[in-house]
Design a protein around this ligand. Structure first.
Ligand code: BTN
Length: 224
């Protein structure tokens, strides 16, 4: 896929939207060295200082669950050769209990944007996320060219994109962690405390509090 490298932007997902509207040929990826308004899930911000990898992959519109799995698996596979990471369901990339990567999927009418952030060379994080974030450098003591990590990530996304859903789900199912207590925040404002026992191909959840459709879940708050 075509690659667009930029120095700084608000959010690569927003730049990707602008490129789509401008008629840039899909598929493509936008990679920025920094973001001034990086966005995370639930409207949170994604702190995006230099040293991190900020990327948005634009594919012809695909199902959100497929996009989410491609994003999470690609980030996981990129990092697993360097250190023991895990995917916390549905798409947080963790080292132990700290977050090293995240995925933000956004849809337009004709395209799917898979925003993937990976903390690569950051030496420290601001106070507000210090206890919950980590980077490849902080974990291994070695700095890596961000471009090297980006190249691996792009290959992983391209490989996964070619596979059918059953295949990528199987791969995801083998490595995704469902362990721990969580609150399911459901549409309509209801909250349910439970542990997830299993997931199926639709990402619907079998839990200690019953069965939940993934589409009814606004977000999952993990508790340790
Ligand atoms: C999360 O909250 O876990 C999702 C984080 C996603 C961050 C990436 S960085 C590249 C892309 N641009 C954004 O503004 N967000 C995503």
């Amino acid at each position: 896929m075509d690659r667009y490298y930029i120095k700084i932007c608000n959010s690569t997902n927003d730049t990707a939207k602008f490129f789509i509207e401008s008629g840039v040929e899909i598929p493509f990826v936008v990679i920025s060295e920094e973001q001034t308004r990086g966005r995370g899930q639930q409207g949170r911000k994604w702190i995006s200082q230099k040293g991190g990898l900020y990327s948005s992959f634009v594919l012809k519109r695909i199902d959100s669950k497929r996009a989410l799995i491609i994003g999470a698996l690609a980030a996981y596979k990129t990092l697993i050769s360097f250190l023991p990471v895990k995917i916390r369901f549905p798409n947080d990339i963790l080292v132990g209990k700290r977050k090293i990567g995240g995925v933000l999927v956004e849809q337009t009418s004709g395209a799917t944007i898979i925003g993937i952030g990976i903390n690569v060379n950051q030496e420290a994080f601001p106070e507000e996320i210090k206890g919950i974030a980590t980077s490849l450098f902080l974990e291994t003591g070695a700095k890596k060219p961000v471009s090297e990590i980006a190249d691996i990530l792009i290959c992983e996304v391209e490989d996964l994109e070619r596979l059918d859903y059953e295949k990528i789900f199987q791969e995801y199912y083998k490595v995704v962690s469902l362990r721990g207590k969580c609150f399911l925040h459901l549409r309509g404002g209801r909250e349910v405390a439970c542990e997830i026992k299993d997931i199926d191909e639709e990402l619907d959840l079998d839990t200690t509090a019953g069965f939940f459709n993934f589409n009814d879940i606004v977000w999952i708050e993990w508790i340790y």
